[in-house]
Design a protein around this ligand. Structure first.
Ligand SMILES: [Fe+2]
Length: 308
């Protein structure tokens, strides 16, 4: 049970977090100050209307705030390393992008900044709603639709991935991230350093993020499945054992093959396991994963080389 003194302390802490005194505000850069105001407006909208039109609200608020005109790299560093920068961080260091920083946090929404070196993301949908804005650099954004045709296991599906549009997002431009995974895209960060800001809700716990291959495979990032595959991969790395006696599902086999496809590892036990799982996938689902991955890589190489 929570005591009244704990309630009081928590109330004061929350109040302080929401309404910092003027001395604290002075230590924050302008971008962080405005980001705090935006999360308050975002909370108000989410409390009144729920998440349904949050992507539109986030887009409007970001367009009005013109944060790209305020963004200052030096000031952001000073602010994010000041003693008053106490926000809970959404992503761990290097968990997403080349540096993720949560600069403002409300009750139901928050604002992150992502620093990207020149490189593309995977094709993905989102398990949150909001909008992102280019603060600096250059994003070539490919937006897709996916029509599912055949379910494979619980967390995979074959279908048609269709390119809807290609946009060049320059400084200040905003893109909505619609709720429930509707927005599927791949972002090619095409400057030495691209800085994006994302105004977003928390993750919808019941929805997993999905990634896609150009060749039409959707693969869901289910946390328990990922944890089991990672455990199996660690065992493979540590010592020899009979993996044929281990309970590996079709979903886990597909996930492991995709995850290790780009690792470049030539570990003999891993190669042996991959061959075994590849055969198992073919037998259980008639899916030629190596063919899908090869087709995806070829398409991906064509796109990347067209930007050079
Ligand atoms: Fe995204």
């Amino acid at each position: 049970m929570v005591s009244s003194s704990q309630v009081k302390v928590s109330f004061v802490k929350n109040w302080y977090r929401k309404y910092p005194d003027s001395a604290t505000l002075k230590l924050m850069d302008k971008l962080t100050q405005i980001a705090r105001q935006l999360t308050r407006k975002g909370d108000l909208h989410l409390n009144q209307h729920g998440v349904k039109f949050f992507h539109e609200k986030a887009r409007n608020l970001l367009e009005q705030a013109r944060l790209h005109e305020i963004y200052d790299y030096q000031k952001l560093i000073e602010s994010s390393l000041s003693k008053n920068f106490l926000h809970e961080q959404n992503f761990k260091y290097l968990e997403f992008s080349d540096l993720p920083i949560t600069i403002a946090r409300g009750e139901h929404c928050f604002i992150d900044i992502y620093f990207w070196r020149r490189r593309p993301t995977v094709i993905h949908n989102h398990h949150f709603a909001g909008a992102f804005q280019c603060l600096s650099g250059n994003n070539v954004d490919l937006e897709f639709s996916f029509t599912e045709k055949k379910k494979i296991g619980r967390f995979h599906a074959l279908g048609e991935l269709k390119l809807l549009q290609e946009r060049q997002l320059k400084q200040g431009e905003v893109v909505e991230i619609a709720e429930l995974g509707e927005f599927i895209h791949q972002n090619h960060h095409q400057a030495e350093l691209t800085v994006n800001l994302c105004f977003r809700t928390h993750e919808f716990k019941k929805h997993n993020l999905s990634n896609y291959l150009f060749t039409g495979l959707r693969y869901e990032k289910e946390p328990k499945l990922i944890a089991r595959v990672n455990r199996l991969l660690r065992f493979i790395d540590l010592e020899a054992f009979d993996f044929k006696k281990v309970d590996i599902s079709l979903d886990e086999a597909i996930h492991l093959i995709i995850q290790t496809h780009y690792s470049g590892s030539c570990h003999p036990r891993l190669l042996q396991l991959r061959r075994y799982l590849d055969k198992m996938i073919k037998e259980e689902s008639d899916l030629s994963l190596s063919k899908l991955l090869k087709g995806h890589d070829q398409k991906f190489d064509r796109i990347e080389s067209s930007y050079e």
